[in-house]
Write a protein that binds this ligand. Structure first.
Ligand code: BG6
Length: 593
């Protein structure tokens, strides 16, 4: 079985006076949310490349293989998230060329790796892994032997590769080279040191000046300095960007997990997001008012925010908008034309599906705007207008604070496009959030009941349905319990068949226009033996468990009712002895389609 390692990983490189291994291991720890199946480091010392790699998380492998004590002031590192091809030490990166004079780390897909491998095998090269990435190392060796020049070897190798990639290579002569096409790669400029990384977090402790490599660009670092050029070898000037200080301070503090810390940050992040000034927004708002069709597009949690956005724009701004799952835009391009705006919603701004959707929109003449958390992301750079969440870096793989901040932006947008028909009071929302959070121990006790539960259903009507979807996604993502969000009105049209003794149903049921009908559904479930957890501002006898949310302006209930769902998922994950920050098989930002 020849398998492709379609990895979505973090890559990092260091070139400087200090210990490369230490910097690399610290950086990999910071980027571990991108992938955590295996880890590896190569360093160059005394003109010899040494490589250590194995299965497991950074801390474990660093412990067992003493990665940070590897010698050398030049090095590369990698954490892997395997999709195709086994989780094994041989598939772990870095991969060395047959001569062992070159070592590489790679993120992305080399789609034509099999034909390259075959050709190189025919020329006597041997392959030690099942990965697509290893072809890069041997192709570089072949071209270096042919041309004697690292620059030429890179250019020839790049001309052969198809797919999406960012890779860093170290050469025995002390040169470091890297290139990107469709996968993020950032250069950090430190005191007499260079850093290369998939994410600014990888070197944020060491440098606050960065250069974001563009698509089809490469960099070569030698003792004489750094050169950036395109894939034709032409030098290109690149602007230096200052990294936001806040990225330097991503710590868990007194919380046991980033996920819990980010849940508890929301009373303050909602105020920061709602208080952030939107520059040049009048033009953006005019475009949104004028456009014939408007699509709100996202993946995962960002898609659920998009669905809520369409409710708000339709109800308050009388603006018809359609939610679209980012990975489906490729199948529905025909509506995307010059009269259309695609409003892309993404925490990372690097998810491959959302970037692909933006590309398709542009190819069809539509305008791309975005709501994004990372202002250093590709989506931010690709958008004509972009609104930042300003809720700070989010490390926990399951999106929490970024979701409520996305909602805050969508409420503000609906308010601006409706000339104030809705006037969100975020201070009231922030206070209400704190009240719900102060109830976390009660919610944790309810989550203990999920110990042997295999299915949980979440019901919500109208705008509460996408909140049910989001709650179900959180529970699935981090507690591995099957959970399903259902539109409350659909119960009798099928899902009621699933309701029987001991089934848990979470009801999103604040006192608004949906309240009565949702209660009716609750009685039908109860009649079949279902257990009801009611999330509401008012208690009701039909609930077996009641999680109170404060009474506020009913229009704002969707924001605060997501907090108890995040907490239930978190405590259920702890109950299941899972790692809420790094849930199995998932990653914070999926950069492959
Ligand atoms: C998944 C994350 O990989 O991508 C989810 O685990 C997230 O939390 C989804 O909602 C979409 O990511 P983004 O960055 O495009 O909002």
């Amino acid at each position: 079985m020849v398998a492709v390692t379609v990895s979505m990983c973090s890559i990092i490189g260091y070139y400087g006076p200090g210990s490369a291994a230490k910097v690399i291991v610290d950086g990999l720890k910071k980027m571990e949310y991108r992938g955590y199946d295996s880890v590896g480091v190569s360093t160059l010392c005394d003109d010899r490349i040494e490589t250590r790699k194995s299965i497991g998380k950074v801390a474990e492998v660093n412990e067992s293989l003493r990665l940070s004590s590897m010698r050398g002031r030049i090095g590369i590192g990698h954490t892997r998230w395997a999709t195709h091809g086994g989780v094994s030490s041989s598939n772990a990166h870095p991969h060395c060329s047959n001569s062992n004079k070159i070592s590489i780390v790679h993120n992305g897909i080399i789609e034509n790796y099999q034909s390259i491998r075959q050709q190189l095998r025919g020329e006597g090269f041997i392959f030690k892994s099942q990965t697509d990435s290893e072809v890069i190392a041997n192709l570089l060796q072949k071209n270096l032997e042919l041309t004697g020049s690292i620059r030429e070897s890179m250019l020839r190798t790049l001309s052969k590769l198809k797919g999406s990639y960012a890779f860093i290579a170290i050469f025995e002569n002390g040169t470091v080279a890297a290139a990107r096409y469709r996968e993020p790669l950032i250069i950090g400029l430190g005191q007499s040191a260079y850093y290369l990384s998939s994410d600014v977090l990888g070197f944020a402790d060491h440098a606050d000046d960065a250069i974001f490599l563009g698509d089809k660009e490469m960099v070569i670092i030698r003792p004489t300095g750094m050169e950036i050029m395109n894939f034709d070898g032409a030098p290109i000037p690149r602007a230096v960007t200052k990294i936001a200080h806040e990225l330097l301070t991503v710590q868990k503090g007194e919380f046991s997990h980033y996920t819990l810390k980010e849940i508890f940050e929301q009373p303050s992040t909602i105020m920061r997001t709602s208080g952030t000034e939107w520059y040049d927004s009048e033009t953006m708002l005019d475009r949104l008012r004028e456009c014939k069709s408007l699509y709100l597009v996202g993946s995962g949690t960002s898609y659920n925010a998009a669905v809520i956005g369409t409710y708000l724009l339709s109800k308050y701004a009388k603006k018809r908008a359609e939610p679209m799952i980012a990975s489906d835009v490729q199948f529905l391009p025909h509506f995307l034309d010059q009269e259309a705006v695609l409003l892309a919603i993404s925490q990372s701004g690097e998810s491959a599906d959302i970037l692909n959707a933006a590309n398709i929109a542009k190819e069809n003449g539509a305008e791309v705007m975005s709501i994004v958390n990372s202002l250093t992301s590709s989506l931010f750079r690709e958008s004509s207008f972009s609104i930042g969440l300003n809720c700070g870096p989010e490390i926990g793989v399951a999106a929490t604070k970024s979701f409520t901040s996305q909602l805050a932006i969508l409420y503000k947008l609906a308010s601006k496009l409706s000339d104030g028909k809705i006037n969100p009071n975020f201070k009231e929302v922030s206070i209400a959030m704190s009240k719900v959070l102060s109830n976390s121990s009660k919610i944790s006790r309810i989550a203990e009941e999920f110990e042997n539960v295999s299915d949980i259903y979440l019901l919500g009507r109208g705008i509460h349905f996408p909140i049910a979807l989001e709650g179900a996604l959180k529970i699935k993502e981090i507690s591995y319990i099957h959970a399903e969000g259902l539109p409350g009105g659909e119960l009798k049209h099928g899902p009621l068949a699933l309701m029987n003794e001991g089934v848990y149903v979470i009801l999103i049921n604040p006192e608004d226009s949906t309240y009565r009908d949702t209660l009716t559904g609750a009685h039908e479930i109860k009649a079949r033996g279902g257990k009801i957890i009611g999330i509401s501002n008012t208690c009701n006898e039909v609930y077996d468990r009641w999680i109170e949310v404060p009474t506020i302006d009913e229009a704002m209930f969707p924001i605060i009712e997501s907090i108890p769902l995040q907490l239930l998922a978190y405590y259920a994950s702890i109950q299941k002895k899972a790692d809420p920050d790094y849930p199995r098989n998932l990653a914070k930002c999926v950069t492959v389609r």
